[in-house]
Design a protein around this ligand. Structure first.
Ligand code: UDP
Ligand code: MG
Length: 304
């Protein structure tokens, strides 16, 4: 059986067309499939439309969350309700094109790997969005310990073993593409050109995207804390030089009046320390979130 997991948040403009195309593509592959749509607390008619479609299409399952928990939580909810031998994750705005479902499926069958990820060779999106997403992927893949598949989002197909491995991750600060790289297994990619969303507005606001990027970096890299350490060390060396110079000049009798240098040293190191406290605060906040151990999402109702 093939499962397709799709998180949806206020996508009433697209949802019917999406389901039709997803079902059409799945039917071309197999009779045995399910589509798990997660309604991430939509305030429009997304849920109604899903339930309407479900009346004639029993393979559609709908997980309705109790409020908007965000893309990563919604995807996790979907993965936890998927039972297929092959599981596909995709966005519900046609940016992960439904007609690529057969490509993903055929590739995983042919290559016999555990995960095939769709990698964006190019994107048809707003220039500014492309720019900061590209910068994120460059930074992210260069500072993580595990090798990352760059320029990949959620869109992928995986076998049960990889799916089960991903379900073992209990972290609250989640970034599923990072987790997918982290688990290993045999992986392959297919390239595609990512279109812009077919309708409606982007549901990942800039704020949500930046928060996700931060979660990704803090979860999969030790670089934020390393930067503090290294800059701190550089600071010590520089400051040590300054101390020696000051002491020497005092004894040799050419001590400067010293106002500017003192002011600079205090303000520079003051701000460096505050920045580092902020970074350490980010870690403590994340530790706090994990220790609280709250559920990642709540299901209001599961329409099986
Ligand atoms: N989404 C969601 N919950 C959210 C935000 C987004 O389930 O809080 C869904 C959204 O409906 C879409 C997918 O996640 O199916 C990707 O969202 P979007 O297209 O806005 O993100 P982007 O294209 O910026 O990655
Ligand atoms: Mg999108």
């Amino acid at each position: 059986m093939i499962s397709v997991v799709i998180p949806l948040y206020n996508e009433n403009v697209l949802v019917n067309r999406l389901l039709e195309e997803v079902f059409l593509n799945l039917k071309s592959l197999s009779d045995s499939f399910e589509v798990v749509c997660v309604d991430d607390g939509s305030t429009d008619s997304t849920l109604l439309k899903l339930l309407e479609f479900k009346k004639n299409n029993k393979q559609l399952k709908v997980v309705s969350l109790s409020r908007n928990f965000g893309l990563q939580a919604a995807l996790t909810a979907g993965l936890e309700h998927a039972n297929g031998e092959y599981v596909i994750m995709m966005d519900g705005d046609f940016q992960d094109p439904p007609e690529m479902i057969p490509d993903l499926y055929n590739k995983i069958i042919e290559t016999n790997v555990d995960i095939v990820t769709a990698v964006r060779e190019s994107r048809n999106e707003r220039f500014s969005k492309k720019l900061y997403i590209n910068i994120f992927h460059k930074i992210f893949s260069s500072i993580t310990e595990e090798k990352q598949i760059s320029n990949a989002g959620n869109f992928c197909i995986m076998k049960r073993n990889a799916h089960q491995a991903i379900l073992k991750f209990a972290e609250r600060n989640r970034y599923l593409p990072g987790i997918r790289s982290f688990i290993g297994f045999k992986q392959d990619i297919i390239l595609f050109e990512r279109p812009d969303r077919l309708g409606g507005k982007a549901k990942m606001s800039r704020k949500k995207l930046f928060a996700l990027a931060a979660d990704a970096i803090y979860s999969f890299s030790k670089w934020p804390i390393k930067v503090c350490l290294y800059l701190g060390l550089v600071g010590i060396v520089v400051f040590l030089g300054a101390i020696i110079y000051t002491v020497a000049s005092k004894f040799l009798g050419f001590a400067p009046t010293g106002w500017s240098s003192t002011f600079l040293a205090i303000s520079f190191f003051g701000s460096v320390q505050l920045t580092f406290l902020g970074i350490i605060g980010e870690y403590i906040f994340r530790i706090f979130k994990e220790v609280q151990n709250r559920p990642i999402y709540f299901v209001k109702e599961f329409y099986e």
